[in-house]
Structure formats: structure tokens, C-alpha cells
Design a protein around this ligand. Structure first.
Ligand SMILES: Nc1ncnc2c1ncn2[C@@H]1O[C@H](COP(=O)(O)OP(=O)(O)O)[C@@H](O)[C@H]1O
Ligand SMILES: O=C(O)C1=C[C@@H](OP(=O)(O)O)[C@@H](O)[C@H](O)C1
Ligand SMILES: [Mg+2]
Length: 220
């Protein structure tokens, strides 16, 4: 059994996938600290649901024609944050029905509902007031959270996060984690991204999403 098959099986077993899909009418937006798994889990969630996946950082790089470390080095963080805000506004505004099924080669065709997609944000996006308000108004925000040690481990794998280059990564992550928690906690759904395979975190996310849809009268 390959990893993708296992992944789909366990997450799909956790909830009735079709019931969840039928009741989501907005983008699912992953927020949380760098290294928590927003990009990698977002891609898997989109594949499972059969909807498009988009990563805000990738879109910023495409728009700026340069990698994120170069944007920070050349123009600074404030410029990056403004680009991030504009890109996310565009991604959450593009809610045309065709958007949900464009160019898919995925196990499910998607249900063609307006705006159905998974959007993974960069760790600082939800801290910006305008960006957070937009995400809360137009999407279903999911806070992916993890222990500090997990974040330290996972961010050490790639040297592409400029904010971690300015000092001791553990200290920077610890400070950012405390200062950002009041913002992340405004997301209606929280999922722990523990030291377990992606498939387990994906299954927890599906269960939490299903419970939230039930509690908010979107189902039943
Ligand atoms: N649940 C998980 N189990 C194991 N590794 C993970 C998990 N989630 C993320 N990772 C790994 O951690 C690293 C950072 O993940 P990424 O998706 O880029 O995080 P983010 O977008 O939140 O910064 C990647 O190498 C990814 O494969
Ligand atoms: O936390 C942050 O401020 C950042 C997180 C990064 O994205 P990931 O959270 O996907 O690593 C990226 O947007 C940039 O390096 C800034
Ligand atoms: Mg990412």
C-alpha cells in the first residue's frame, strides 16, 4: 500500500468524506507557525478533498519573480507583508465556480462549488490585521499547532526562512510562537501537528473539520 493510498484511507475512514465535502462552501485556510506543516499538509488535504491547492508563499514568489529570502533581503519584511496581504486577498477573492475544478488530476473531481480550495499561508500572514480579517470573513481558518521542539526540528530541514537567519532559531521560534498565539487562537478550528505521520494529522484535521461543520449547522 503506497503512502498516498494509506493517507486517503485513514483520513477518509475518520469521517464521511462526501458529507464533509458537500458542506464546505469556502476555502479552507491553514494558519500557524513556520514548520508546523501548513504547506505539506495543505497539499495532502486538497488531494484528499479533490480541490485545488494553493500556497501563498509560492504565489508571492511568482508575483515578485524571486524567492522569499531574496524578497526579504532586497525589499525588507514590510514589503513582503504587503505582498502577502495582496496575494491572499486575490486568492480569497477568486471565488469563481470554475476555479474549483481547474486543471485537476486528483482522485475526486471536486464539486465545483464557488471558492472551494485549500490555501496554505505563511506563518506571519494571520498576524496582519487586514489579512486575518479577510481570512476569517471568507475562509474556514484552521490553526495547525505544534510543540516548539517539533518546529525547531522541522524548520532545520530547509534554510529558506529568512526570519530564522537573524539569530538563534529556537529562541526566535519561541518568541514568535508566544507573540503570535493570540492571533492564531482566533481561528475557529485548531489541530495539533504532533510528531506523527502526515496521515495521522490529516485524519485529525478531517475529524475537527467535520465536528465544526456539525456544530455550526452546516450539516444535517
Ligand atoms: N506531520 C508531519 N510529520 C512529519 N513531518 C512533517 C509533518 N508536517 C510537516 N512535516 C515536515 O516539516 C517540514 C516543514 O513543513 P511545511 O509543510 O513546509 O511547514 P510550513 O508550511 O507550516 O512552514 C517539511 O519537511 C515537512 O515534510
Ligand atoms: O512565519 C513567518 O513570518 C514566515 C513564514 C514562512 O512561511 P511558512 O510558515 O510556510 O514557513 C514565509 O512566509 C516567510 O519566511 C515568513
Ligand atoms: Mg509553508
Amino acid at each position: 500500500m503506497d503512502e498516498d493510498h494509506t493517507l486517503s484511507e485513514s483520513a477518509a475512514e475518520a469521517v464521511h468524506l462526501a458529507a464533509v465535502l458537500a458542506h464546505i462552501d469556502r476555502p479552507i485556510v491553514l494558519v500557524g507557525m513556520m514548520g508546523v506543516g501548513k504547506t505539506s499538509l495543505g497539499r495532502r488535504l486538497a488531494a484528499l478533498l479533490g480541490v485545488p491547492f494553493v500556497d501563498a508563499d509560492d504565489e508571492i514568489e511568482k508575483a515578485a519573480h524571486m524567492p522569499i529570502p531574496d524578497i526579504f533581503a532586497t525589499y525588507g519584511e514590510a514589503f513582503f507583508r504587503e505582498g502577502e496581504r495582496r496575494v491572499i486577498a486575490r486568492l480569497l477573492g477568486e471565488n469563481t465556480p470554475g476555479d474549483a475544478i481547474k486543471g485537476l488530476k486528483l482522485p475526486h473531481a471536486g464539486n465545483g462549488k464557488a471558492g472551494l480550495k485549500v490555501l496554505s499561508t505563511g506563518g506571519g500572514a494571520f498576524v496582519n490585521d487586514a489579512t486575518r480579517e479577510l481570512i476569517l470573513a471568507r475562509g474556514i481558518a484552521v490553526w495547525l499547532d505544534a510543540e516548539l521542539e517539533t518546529l525547531v526540528d522541522r524548520t532545520a530541514r530547509k534554510g529558506n526562512r529568512p526570519l530564522l537567519k537573524t539569530g538563534n532559531p529556537r529562541e526566535i521560534l519561541s518568541n514568535l510562537k508566544s507573540s503570535r498565539e493570540p492571533f492564531y487562537s482566533q481561528a475557529p478550528i485548531k489541530v495539533m501537528s504532533g510528531n506523527v505521520p502526515h496521515s495521522r494529522t490529516l485524519a485529525s484535521l478531517m475529524v475537527s473539520l467535520d465536528e465544526w461543520l456539525d456544530a455550526h449547522g452546516a450539516k444535517g
